[in-house]
Ligand binder design. Sequence first.
Ligand code: ZN
Length: 500
Amino acid sequence: MNKNLDRLNALMGEVMDLRHTASMLEWDERVYMPRGGAQTRSLLLASVRRIAHEKFISKEVGELLAALRTGVDGQDPTSETARLVAVTARDYEKATRVPASFVAEHAEITSMAQHAWQEARAKSDFTMFAPHLEKIIGLKRRYVSFFAPTDHPYDALLDDYEPGLKTKEVETLFDALRPRQQDLIRRVAERPQVSDRLLHLGYAEQGLWDFGVQVATAFGFDWTRGRQDKSAHPYTTDSGPDDVRITTRFEAQQPFMTVFATMHETGHALYVQGVDPRWRRTALEGGASLGIHESQSRLWENLVGRSLPFWQHFWPVLQGQFPSELGGVALEEFHRAINRVQPSLIRVEADEATYNLHVMLRVEMEIAMLGGALSVNDLPRLWNEKMRDYLGIVPPDARRGILQDIHWSIGLMGYFATYTLGNVISAQLWERFSSVEPRRDEQLRRGDFSSLLAWLRREIHQHGRRYEPQALVERVTGSRIDPLPYLRYLERKVEEAYGA
Ligand code: ZN
């Protein structure tokens, strides 16, 4: 059996090398590549990905996995070897059940749909995008059929991002969050509003960048195994735990986005840098799921990075960076501004209290589309109704409504829920951490994050993909994914800022 495992690890090592090569080529494309290189790069990336895919779905990998699975039968299914084999086998099955012709058709349809979406959004005309969306839903239904039977067709889409999680579980979670978040927003609307004008003054990009680097360093980002650059959309990528790339961006209208994006991406990066070196170049190397990954980024960005104790340490540092803009501003005023609640049209600009409602609206529509309960022509009307119902505002046009996100046009469905799962799980972890570390806030006030990072390393990071999300959350917090800690956190925060 060890011989089979060694052989599998050798083959998977090569597959992972090729995937990492693709990630680095993609990173270069977003960060450095001259525009003229676009066509060559897309061919290059397609070749590398195809070779990685062919290597992975080879007969030999299939036979090794089959032999290893019989070998681990009767063993503890949570043992390291059993989980390594199970996770690799699960990826293998997903990769082999979907025919190559489908993958090609998916690429073709979404490439056209993406262009149509761009044009439709520019003209704010949903009817230009509708026939493409119709085709994409058809594709998704076919994709689901490769994994039949499922309790709900949407399960198959969700499973790509949240292994093992069911549509029913997501719906139950949303049903618990929705009314209390709606209520919270209504209460805030009745209170005197908080101004965030000071966040929109002119701030020098370099000063924000330098401050972000200081924060990332204090969080524990290892600069000998990672770096930060700029890209149009901040993100994190890697070629394994020893080389993790994060990006941020500067926008004159939202200057502090530079800092919060750095905190967010540092959260993702710390997860990757913390995976046990033994899982290098194996299927267990990444994060447990997108939701767990997002719980790490949100924890550092929001639970830590928007908290008063954090700013009690970093406020003088930021003031030192911007003496003329912030020298005369009270810490409490800044803290209230970065925690302002304001229903808005655009998801990516939404605050913590309203964000989940943007997500729910999209996921509910996806579930209904997949279930066949909704026709594409009804979508704009339903979108506006839900916006009014959840956030109390109605988009004046499709551009700031149903056409705002790229996801559907590139065939990403089943993905949005991971944002809300990340928020919810981050608060569960935060509560758990404070019960094992009563000096949490005192440490934050000193700018000392070592105990938090050590705890996350031990409980979450080192395990990589060994546990499925529900099992991991239960292992760490003693309960499954649970909305109550997040609601408690939000309600307390809003009460502090608004007295509501
Ligand atoms: Zn993220």
